[in-house]
Design a protein around this ligand. Structure first.
Ligand code: GLY
Length: 462
């Protein structure tokens, strides 16, 4: 937990921004796997964690904007809970740890909310993403399930996005810790990427590293020789010479902050010429767009710069052709780079995505494109000092997409389909770093993780 003043200050700023009414933050509950008592790893709601800091199930936080005070609602543990779980702090003690003036039971929350709504006060709620929240909120407030969504507040969403987007020094240091764990995960997987090992051995080893450093992985490990599948969670293949492993994985700190790193490497530790050619195009897109990630610059521009670099590299290999600006404007590069350059990172690996991607990554003046490829860019708006973003260009040869576009002769003025065929079984390359936008530019967070061809080969050789 951060110092209690941090949470107090965040809630104070939020109350001032929202202006009036009551802000209700439901914390998460335990979630069962196959029977009630056998639960998934507990993950607190990130906005609850940001404003109320308590990493335990069963709590609600209220910021009473009109009354200029906050309250924590939850039920004290019973002796039965204590027998199974050990000594537990009282709700009032937890409230004090995050500088909340008062606490009360969940029954009191029901009465408070009913009274507030009856007297015409506005209750502000963030979008819900768990069914159990909707059920619980409907019960608490005494309304039908459909009515709960009427409490979702655009003012609250905008205010929370504004606050959570700018990371302070404590949050940056947490993210750096998460990146440093990811560094151990990725270098371990690299060293294990030898023929005869199975993908699942690498995936299991790195998940264990995250756990052994105190947090789980920040999202299910993506690791496969079939890296052309962007989010490949199948780890059943035996590694074979001539293929490359794409590993996209990160850790979460005990405070809930995430890292999100991708590295790609050849099974056996030596890049072939063809692998090196594609790898270096992606590496150039990664390093040049990190340098170009400046405050005030729309991230969409940086994404399009990555697209231009990838298209340029592919043109040199004879895979693309024609005018590169026209090719990128038409979206022809998206056959090979069909996703966005990056997204915000923080307490969520896709930070605040539960509040609506467009609320986080776009603005009134910049709307999301609907062009294939560009439409997947989660963050388009102007970068600001304090943003932490991922930078993750990639180049993939996706047989089903190649077949579809080739059949349609799509963008055939920009794509040499005969040449593309030579890469059909190639897989994909993605390289991803976590980047802080500073007052004057940007900085890659954490201790550097091997990235150039030479660094990767050197790491794999020992
Ligand atoms: N690195 C996983 C993701 O961005 O979805």
């Amino acid at each position: 937990m951060f110092a209690k003043e941090v949470y107090w200050q965040r809630r104070k700023m939020l109350r001032e921004m929202v202006g009036d009414g009551i802000i209700l933050f439901p914390g998460n509950e335990e979630s069962s796997m196959n029977y009630g008592a056998n639960t998934y790893h507990f993950r607190q709601d990130s906005s609850f964690l940001y404003f109320f800091g308590i990493n335990k199930p069963g709590f609600y936080g209220v910021c009473d904007v009109d009354g200029d005070q906050d309250r924590l609602y939850g039920d004290d543990f019973t002796i039965d809970d204590i027998i199974w779980m050990g000594e537990q702090p009282a709700v009032s003690d937890l409230a004090k740890e995050v500088a909340v003036e008062s606490s009360a039971s969940l029954n009191d929350l029901t009465a408070f909310l009913k009274q507030a709504l009856q007297s015409g006060r506005k209750v502000h709620l963030l979008p819900t993403y768990r069914g159990d929240h909707v059920v619980k909120l409907a019960q608490l407030i005494g309304v039908d399930y459909e009515e709960v969504s009427k409490l979702i507040s655009q003012e609250l969403i905008a205010s929370v996005v504004k606050l959570r987007s700018i990371k302070d020094q404590y949050e940056i240091s947490e993210i750096e810790k998460a990146v440093d764990v990811a560094r151990i995960m990725h270098t371990t997987a690299m060293k294990m990427a030898y023929p005869g090992n199975f993908e699942r051995e690498l995936a299991g080893a790195i998940e264990g590293i995250a756990l052994s450093h105190g947090g789980p992985v920040s999202f299910p490990v993506i690791l496969s020789m079939d890296g052309q599948t962007l989010h490949n969670h199948y780890h059943g293949n035996e590694l074979t010479e001539g293929r490359m492993v794409v590993c996209d994985a990160g850790a979460e700190t005990t405070m809930g902050y995430a890292s999100d790193i991708t590295r790609t490497y050849p099974v056996g530790g030596k890049f072939s010429t063809q692998q090196k050619d594609i790898y270096n195009i992606v590496l150039q897109a990664n390093s040049e767009t990190i340098k170009a990630s400046l405050p005030g610059r729309p991230y969409r521009e940086v994404h399009l710069m990555a697209a231009r670099i990838i298209a340029g590299g592919l043109k040199e290999l004879g895979i693309m052709k024609g005018d590169l600006d026209e090719a990128v404007a038409a979206g022809a590069h998206a056959l090979f780079f069909p996703h966005g350059l990056g997204h915000m990172l923080g307490l969520d690996v896709h930070d605040m995505e539960g509040l609506g991607e467009n609320n986080v990554g776009y603005s009134e003046s910049l709307k999301r494109s609907d062009q294939f490829g560009l439409a997947y860019l989660r963050l388009g708006r102007e970068l600001e000092p304090g943003f932490v973003v991922t930078n993750e260009p990639g180049c993939y040869f996706i047989p089903a997409l190649i077949d579809q576009w080739k059949g349609e002769k799509k963008h055939s003025q920009f794509i040499n389909y005969d040449q593309v065929e030579k890469y059909r079984g190639f897989g994909g390359v993605r390289i991803e770093d976590d980047v802080l936008i500073t007052e004057t530019g940007s900085r890659v967070l954490g201790t550097p993780i091997p990235k150039t061809v030479e660094e990767v080969e050197e790491t794999m050789s020992v």
